[in-house]
Design a protein around this ligand. Structure first.
Ligand code: NAD
Length: 390
């Protein structure tokens, strides 16, 4: 159980690029990073508007001379200081991730990067190689993967509780963009503009989340080929899709499906993963994250609840409040940031044995999301043909 004891003797000196006062996602990064005392926020280039970013940073308690106008100045100036930042989080629109992540690694920093890591598999490969060369951690914020019930599912699959896995059914299909809301919302506008998001909208923005949850639950499954059909129901979004279906075949004969949508009218989030094995199935839904449904063929369905002693150790270790009280996205992110800090510290100590067995959404997870989107777009744009996964 996590009870506030710091997992590390030190706190990493940490900065942020983006995540400014008007951003959607900045606060949860800070809330997660600061919760367990593993990071201390000392610098940032928080906003595309330098003056607004400085004013915001100062109100967060960051010294004015360490609120920089852009990420290049942040990395240059912090590198000159004996107490400069050791890690940086990138929470800016998608088109900037590759350049900022590359610059951060070149500056010798550990990185936490928003998804998607970048736009092309070539860029992803370059970041994988650079993080290895620089011996630096890149963590990717697939937020709910830090939830204990995902660890529970992972262990149950590994234990063979479901038998051989046959079907993976994934979805992330909300209804919030069922009409052209981008006309009134700046943070939706860039999400439907290829200049900012590259080749896809919902495939990259939404579907990579349940894709990674399923990868976490069943790491052995490798996609062999897939086919994708994508639509732009709000026509001004074309060629970017606001709805897509993907079918996947895995190399062990299992099959998967993904429904991702921003036009699922009336739905809140509808992020779900259902793993079907030869004996039993597991189902997790982000609107009820504390419950994992376990259905054994021929028996009454069971609802496993977070915090209960019957769960596996890996699900109980990161519990923060005990059973009954809800935990959710903020706690899942905190668990991820805690893991990022532990990995960064192990990397700094050269503890490769520890890192080899330690799980967190790493640069390979980020690269896999990029590659998956690329393959989906290639299939959709070839008339929804089946394509080998490359
Ligand atoms: P947003 O538009 O609400 O905010 C973007 C922030 O970045 C703003 O503060 C803006 O001023 C700042 N910014 C933009 N360009 C910058 C630059 N070059 N340098 C410094 N600051 C800059 O966007 P958002 O919804 O917060 O999304 C940001 C990122 O987070 C996106 O990549 C998005 O995909 C991702 N995101 C991830 C999750 C998740 O669950 N992991 C959820 C939402 C968003």
């Amino acid at each position: 159980m996590i009870n506030g004891i710091k997992p590390l003797e030190r706190s990493l000196r940490w900065g942020m690029v983006g995540g400014g006062g008007t951003s959607q996602i900045g606060y949860i990064h800070r809330s997660a990073a600061l919760r367990d005392g593993t990071f201390t926020l000392v610098a940032g280039a928080f906003d595309i508007d330098a003056a607004r970013g400085r004013a915001f940073g100062e109100r967060l308690g960051v010294a004015g001379d360490r609120c920089y106008s852009d990420y290049q100045t942040l990395f240059q100036e912090e590198a000159k200081r004996p107490d400069g930042i050791e890690a940086v989080s990138i929470a800016t629109p998608n088109n900037t991730h590759y350049a900022i992540c590359r610059a951060a690694l070149e500056a010798g920093l550990h990185v936490v990067c928003e998804k998607p890591l970048c736009f092309t598999s070539e860029q992803a490969d370059a970041l994988v190689a650079l993080s290895r060369k620089q011996n630096k951690i890149v963590g990717v914020t697939y937020g709910y993967s830090g939830h204990q019930m995902i660890q529970q599912a992972r262990q149950m699959v590994a234990n063979g509780d479901l038998g051989e896995i046959r079907i993976v059914n994934m979805q992330f299909s909300h209804g919030f963009h069922h009409r052209a809301v981008e006309q009134d919302s700046p943070s939706t506008r860039w999400r439907v503009d290829p200049k900012f998001v590259g080749p896809s909208y919902v495939l990259g923005d939404l579907a990579t989340h349940p894709l990674f949850l399923a990868e976490t639950m069943v790491p052995a499954l490798k996609i062999r080929r897939l086919m994708c059909s994508r639509q732009s129901f709000v026509q001004s979004r074309a060629p970017l899709e606001d709805n897509a279906f993907v079918l996947m075949e895995y190399d062990n004969g299992a099959v998967g499906s993904m429904w991702t949508s921003a036009v699922n009218s009336g739905a809140m989030h509808s992020q779900k993963v259902r793993i079907v094995g030869e004996k039993a199935s597991l189902e997790w839904w982000d609107e009820h994250p504390n419950q994992l449904r376990y259905e054994v063929q021929g028996q009454p369905a069971q609802i496993l609840d977070r915090g209960m002693p019957y769960l596996v150790d890996t699900a109980l270790e990161e519990d923060r409040i005990g059973a009954g009280h809800p935990e959710g996205l903020f706690e899942a992110w905190s668990n991820l940031y805690r893991r990022f800090a532990i990995a960064m510290d192990a990397s700094d100590r050269g503890d490769t044995d520890f890192l080899a067995q330690f799980w967190y959404p790493d640069v390979h997870a980020g690269a896999m999301g990029v590659r998956w989107v690329e393959n989906c777009v290639r299939s959709a744009d070839s008339g929804s043909a089946w394509v080998e996964f490359i």
